[in-house]
Design a binder for this molecule. Sequence first.
Ligand code: NAP
Length: 280
Amino acid sequence: MTTLDGKALAQKVKERVRQEAAGLPRRPGLAMVLVGEDPASHVYVRGKSRDCEQCGIYGETYDLPENTTQTQLLALVEELNGREDIDGIIVELPLPAHLDERQVLEAVAPDKDVDCFHPFNAGKLFVGEKGFLPCTPAGIMELLEEYHIDPAGKRAVVVGRSNIVGKPVAMLLLMKDATVTICHSRTEGLAEICRQADILVAAVGKRGVLTADMVKEGAVVIDVAMNRDEDGKLCGDLDHATTAEKAAYLSPVPGGVGPMTRAVLMENTLFAAKKRQNLL
Ligand code: NAP
């Protein structure tokens, strides 16, 4: 079994971004907006700030209180949309329940939407036009490419249909000529469908739904999930010890898709900066 080392590839990607960013007339800028006290979100944003430093990207963090109103948040997004030195804007999800997530994401200027959450950019992805790619799905595709895994003609099964992971990764696999099945909580015969997968993408976010006996011998398994086990340790959807006995390739948790997601965010910020400086 080969481990798909996302940590190592992410370092390579970030080094490439650093070199390119250093050659731009103006360094790229990324604004990260946090609302409330979600501890995981704070950890992610700290990680993204470190990535910015490593890549020579100007990172600016907004740490807004839990009681921030929709109007205040939209006003900040509007201000960032107009800033010349800011190329990318991310609003960390989940937002507190009283805020309208969709409206906020749609307020981000599409040319600064480095998370690729705006319907305009999601639509471009759907029709295959060049633009931002969503970070986690694009990170998965880069990981496959690094290990010379060509999805063409393969049967890919994606378990999960979120707008952030499941749907877009299915679309990217389809664009690479895989035959794609998307499964979800209402899927009947999940085990049987998974067993047909040459490439299995696990994006459920719950342990126990997927087990090693649902993995085809020699499959490529991408475990996207970030769950916590009984001891509070980060783990994926699958049990990796038993899955490793079946899979030919497996992305670890941590150290697989997570670091790649962050690396693509840096690539997207560089892409936005180049576009906004008329270099593309
Ligand atoms: P989500 O929005 O909660 O989606 C989970 C999906 O799993 C849903 O489509 C759901 O189906 C499906 N599901 C739930 N129970 C199921 C079952 N019993 N059988 C089959 N499908 C089932 O989650 P997400 O945002 O896509 O994230 C998924 C996981 O990836 C989470 O652990 C998250 O933390 C992780 N993640 C990691 C990264 C990274 O950088 N590594 C980035 C993003 C997310 P329904 O649609 O029918 O409800």
